[in-house]
Ligand binder design. Structure first.
Ligand SMILES: C[S@@+](CC[C@H](N)C(=O)[O-])C[C@H]1O[C@@H](n2cnc3c(N)ncnc32)[C@H](O)[C@@H]1O
Length: 354
């Protein structure tokens, strides 16, 4: 534990009484961002949990039934409980957080949520621990299907360790999906030490360009934006201090797949979604510029084909072709019937990747 950890624990354990005490919207999620599945479960989650939840996005993906999911920095456990309901009695949702007060609250609601969800046994486990060292929390190599995190990784002084741990614990083909605050430049050192800015999830926000490089070093060479939205700073004092930085809230998806390439390459492959993912009969969005309509073949790059075929989404996709013949670079923006676009570090439109 270092000084940053201590300050963050103090902030989330003692200073913040509820989400109403936040000065900015950085730890708040727009309700429209939630999928219908998630919106249906949220009213079943106890109010004391909701009041102490500080997430900035909706990193809960579809297709959770029967899987093992890990939430890093789970706080009061809102997303863990939602995921546990969607994972069902054969699934397992694990939450790790370093703040005693938050984990105590989550544990105190475990039995109540089990009864509300109608499960014979709780399928939820909470650990007090650090996301930089998941071994101490007993999380083994290649043991997790999905890692989620909601407005937490910006708070870590050791971000590369966090992503190395995520890569270690995910099963091959496993999915990382997380929401966080990002900056359009490297944050000045003083900002990461300013307790208000840090606690509001601004001071430690990652610069998108450095994030992409870090992910590549760890193994996640192609990570995709699921959503990107601007985060305006309304608080006058905070704006005075840091208003020269443009912040965004982003939800990012990546897979533990060996051999992905650092750019989109054309092997002449197509993917067809069969419409079978529960709750998604019409289309599946891999990211903000890949919407797969049920039954409609779509040209894809080698990385997208690998993500769709080697992850748990694979059984709902038919991939035609392999990577035997290379046809040159693939323009993912061109090859998709776009429902949005990826935005790179400089705010320009890009194809795949963060
Ligand atoms: C902004 S809150 C988000 C909580 C939760 N994800 C939610 O959506 O309500 C940040 C949480 O991350 C936890 N946290 C911060 N750094 C951590 C670390 N290094 N290891 C584990 N938990 C951490 C804090 O204790 C706090 O509960």
């Amino acid at each position: 534990m270092n000084e940053t950890h201590k300050s963050v624990q103090e902030h989330y354990g003692k200073i913040l009484g509820s989400k109403n005490d936040l000065k900015t919207k950085s730890c708040m999620c727009d309700q429209d961002a939630y999928s219908k599945e998630v919106r249906d479960v949220l009213p079943l989650v106890a109010d004391e949990i909701i009041q102490k939840s500080y997430g900035c996005g909706s990193p809960i993906p579809p297709l959770l039934e029967g899987i093992t999911l890990l939430d890093l920095g789970c706080g009061s456990g809102r997303d863990v409980f939602v995921a546990s309901k969607l994972a069902g009695p054969k699934g397992l949702a694990i939450g790790v957080d370093m703040t005693e007060e938050q984990i105590a609250l989550a544990k105190s609601c475990q039995e109540k949520q089990r009864v509300i969800f109608g499960f014979d046994e709780s399928n939820v486990v909470f650990h007090l621990g650090y996301m930089e060292n998941l071994r101490d929390a007993g999380i083994e190599d290649d043991s997790i299907d999905v890692v989620i995190s909601n407005c937490v990784i910006n708070l870590s002084p050791f971000k590369e360790d966090v992503f190395k741990e995520i890569w270690r614990v995910l099963k091959p083909g496993g999915e990382l999906i997380f929401s966080d605050v990002f900056a359009d430049r490297r944050m000045p050192e003083w900002a990461a030490k300013n307790l208000t800015l840090l606690g509001e999830c601004l001071g430690g926000a990652m610069y998108v360009g450095d994030f992409r490089r870090l992910m590549g070093r760890v193994g996640f060479v192609d990570c995709r934006h699921v959503s990107v939205s601007p985060l305006p700073i309304d608080d006058e004092e905070i704006y005075r201090q840091i208003g020269f930085v443009s912040f965004t809230q982003r939800t990012i998806r990546a897979f533990k797949i060996e051999g992905l390439e650092d750019a989109c390459e054309d092997y002449g492959q197509t993917a067809v979604y069969d419409g079978g993912i529960p709750g998604l009969p019409h289309f599946f969005d891999l990211d903000d510029h890949h919407r797969f309509f049920a039954g409609k073949p779509k040209l894809v790059c080698g990385n997208t084909a690998a993500m769709l075929s080697q992850s748990r989404y694979g059984k709902f996709f038919k991939i035609l072709g392999d990577i035997a013949v290379h046809y040159g670079a693939f323009d993912c923006a061109e090859g998709s019937s776009s429902n949005g676009h990826a935005v790179n570090a400089s705010g320009q439109s890009s194809a795949c990747g963060c």
